[in-house]
Write a protein that binds this ligand. Structure first.
Ligand SMILES: NC(=O)c1ccc[n+]([C@@H]2O[C@H](COP(=O)([O-])OP(=O)(O)OC[C@H]3O[C@@H](n4cnc5c(N)ncnc54)[C@H](O)[C@@H]3O)[C@@H](O)[C@H]2O)c1
Ligand SMILES: O=P(O)(O)OC[C@H](O)CO
Length: 333
């Protein structure tokens, strides 16, 4: 018997993943917006978030969260981090016992500083929780360009089963049992993408970008391992892979925010002009608190934070980074 997939969230990534899983399993997507739902059902498109993309024809959508959740064998959460808990709570009364719940989000909850699988475990104890992550720019996947991802869960038997639901033609999915590392890789790279975007917007050059990516990897590995992630994960798809894709790509929303800051725009102006989420903006706050909790030095994240929230200029951020004492690259972390 085929598994039934329920996916909450009709944004660019939620819709993309639903269209992928629809190839392998009956998939129903929940979106709040009636227009989006009608468009998916009648025309197999989602022009608000994925202009020009044609979705898998078997994918259906509804505005009823109960309809999706009450019949699902696996629940996928395509909801940005700051709304993740509230949507999960809305779904909670209808979730069937013990079904796996998979997060697609790449951020940390403000206030609690929690990862999304921690929120799942807190709200719905007993449900196997996992994350699908990696270098996955939605628009490229829709254009049929090849990409790789990881499904990360503690329970590898369930992870292998779900691998088959996500694996799809040129979308190649690996398994990984380091949930902490995989989630942190996805959340932390967004801040680095804002940093490289700032450099690109200010025309800092490719050498600067390479330095930010490399030292950024070292920085996110330092915090990630202090929080319990495995070092090796940060060298894999969920770490370096996603970091490179997001930091290099003008298709990234986080890079876009940084680029506009580098061009001299204010954060408020930039956000007001966007209809999509850039998770790094809010996650930067949680990461500054975690850096202090774990006593980990995070100079790039700190400078991004100061530009976002303390009115520092991009010029001041790069000036501070260049003034930092450069120790040995071989020091731990
Ligand atoms: N787009 C990508 O390329 C991509 C790739 C991998 C991972 N992700 C991650 O996936 C997650 C979802 O991102 P996305 O790209 O689909 O976002 P998006 O900006 O395209 O869409 C946001 C979605 O969240 C919904 N939403 C907004 N406010 C809400 C609220 N208050 N309550 C409930 N729902 C609300 C919107 O209706 C929409 O469906 C993010 O954490 C993102 O980092 C995105
Ligand atoms: O557009 P961004 O910056 O949210 O990045 C999208 C994905 O996370 C890239 O893997």
């Amino acid at each position: 018997m085929k598994m039934k997939v329920g996916l909450l969230g009709g944004g660019s990534w939620g819709t993309t993943v639903a269209s992928l899983t629809a190839k392998n399993a009956e998939t129903v997507l929940w979106a709040r917006d009636e227009e989006t739902v009608n468009e998916i059902n009648n025309y197999h498109t989602n022009s608000k978030y994925l202009p020009g993309a044609l979705l898998h024809k078997s994918l259906t959508a509804t505005t009823s969260i109960e309809e999706v959740v009450s019949t699902s064998d696996v629940l996928i959460m395509g909801i940005p981090s700051q709304y993740f808990r509230s949507v999960l709570k809305e779904a909670k009364p209808f979730i069937r016992p013990w079904i796996p719940i998979i997060s697609l989000a790449k951020g940390l909850e403000l206030g609690t500083k929690m990862r999304m699988t921690q929120i799942i475990e807190e709200e719905l104890p007993g449900h196997p929780a996992g994350v699908l992550t990696g270098p996955n720019l939605a628009k490229e996947i829709h254009s049929g360009q090849a990409a790789a991802a990881v499904i990360s869960m503690v329970d590898q038997i369930i992870a292998k089963k779900l691998q088959g639901i996500f694996n799809s033609g040129v979308f190649k999915v690996y398994t990984n049992n380091d949930v902490i590392g995989c989630e942190l890789g996805g959340a932390l790279k967004n801040i680095m993408a804002i940093a490289t975007g700032m450099g690109d917007g200010a025309d800092a050059g490719d050498n600067t970008k390479a330095a930010l990516i490399t030292r950024g990897l070292s920085e996110l590995t330092r915090l990630g391992t202090a929080m319990g992630g495995k070092r090796r994960t940060f060298a894999g798809l969920a770490g370096m892979g996603d970091l490179v894709a997001t930091c290099m790509s003008s298709k990234s929303r986080n890079h876009h925010v940084g680029f506009q800051l580098g061009q001299g725009k204010s954060l408020n102006e930039i956000i007001a002009e966007m209809n999509e989420v850039a998770e790094g903006v809010k996650t930067a706050k949680a990461v500054m608190e975690l850096a202090s909790d774990y006593n980990v030095d995070m100079p790039i994240s700190r400078e991004v934070y100061k530009v976002l929230y303390e009115s520092n200029t991009v010029y001041e951020a790069f000036k501070s980074l260049i003034k930092l004492e450069s120790g040995s690259e071989q020091e731990p972390g």
